[in-house]
Structures are given as C-alpha cells and as structure tokens.
Design a protein around this ligand. Sequence first.
Ligand SMILES: Cc1cc2nc3c(=O)[nH]c(=O)nc-3n(C[C@H](O)[C@H](O)[C@H](O)COP(=O)(O)O)c2cc1C
Length: 192
Amino acid sequence: MTYVRETIVTTKNIDGTTKVSPLGIYIDNTKLKIRPFKPSASLDNILRNRSGVINYIDDVRIFAACITKTNINIEFELAKKIDCSRIKNAISHTEFIVDEIENDSDRPTIICKPVNEEMHNFYYGLNRAKSSVIELCILASRLGIIENSKIKNEIKYLEIAIEKTAGEAEIEAWNCVLKYINNYMNKVDKDA
Ligand SMILES: Cc1cc2nc3c(=O)[nH]c(=O)nc-3n(C[C@H](O)[C@H](O)[C@H](O)COP(=O)(O)O)c2cc1C
C-alpha cells in the first residue's frame, strides 16, 4: 500500500511566477513520488527546472482556491536550496530535485530527492472539517466524471463534519468549493 499526503506543490513558471497546485505525494517506502496527470503545468515546470517544493499546509482555503481557480493572496518566500518559491505560511516544506522519472503517456511518476526540509509553524492536529474540504475539492475536480447524484449524496455526508468542527477558514473554503459545484450543476441542468 502507498500512503498519500495531500500537499500543495509550488514550481517555477517559465515567466518566473509561481505555480501553486494541490498534488498528492505518494510515499513508497522512503521515496517521495509525484504523479501528475497530463497535461499539467506543474509537470512541465518540474521537468524543465528539475526541481520544486512540497508545501505541507493546513490552510484548506488554498486547496479550495486552486480547484475553483479563485484568486487569493498567497505569500511566498524563496526556497533555500533550489530556484523556486515556497508558501510562507506552510507548516513545513520539502525542497526537492528530480531523482528519476518513470515515463507514462497519461501519468508519469516523478521520484523526488529532498535537498532541504524546514519547519515554520506548529502543527495543531487533525480536523474533520479540513478533511471534508479536501474531499469536496476532489469531488469538484471530478465534475462530469462522477454522477451529480452521487456527488450530492457525498456532500450531505461531508457537511456533517463542517457543521460540527469547522472554523472560519474551513467554512470559507467549503462555501467557495460548494458554490463552484452548484454553478456547474445549475449550468448542466439548464443545458439539458
Ligand atoms: C487533494 C488533491 C490532490 C490532488 N492530487 C493530484 C495528483 O496526485 N495528480 C494530479 O494529476 N492531480 C491531482 N489533483 C488535481 C490537480 O490539483 C489539478 O488537476 C491541477 O490542475 C493539476 O494541474 P496543474 O499542474 O496544471 O496545476 C489533486 C487535487 C486535490 C484537491
């Protein structure tokens, strides 16, 4: 079994700006693997620069903003050992260089070699509402692939943890992704 950490990967775009993308990190024994589906700007950046940053972050608003393509203000700092930026308010981060690539026409695997890791904040533990927002982001990324009725049922279940355990940041992220999903579903209903 492979353990997956849900993270935000930052990579350097060709124009020098920073690409911010939610990407799972697959932990295979001690190896860190990134598995982006093509096409992916993060993949292009990693292949061109041979490096990137894995940001371990508990602010789910960043996941929500990426998935809904909403502009939010993210502060960056320069990474220490590679030419890339990291997210300033991440709990910790790993700077990596590409060790190996397993090519695939749909989903290549990038094996990452950590070259610097730092901690910046306390980690205050697990929270059910944060997990619900991450699950909602996954549902939002599968609109048109999973049936709308199944998505609606899953939302009902995920909402329980939001009602019971969310703080302001989680509610903001939840509402942002929910609005995006509802807009999609309303449009599909109208077009039908
Ligand atoms: C929690 C989470 C984990 C994700 N993990 C992956 C992943 O492992 N591979 C992938 O291709 N997309 C993943 N996605 C979807 C990408 O973030 C999304 O498709 C993104 O647009 C990637 O393309 P980009 O590199 O052009 O930004 C994930 C999304 C979320 C919310």
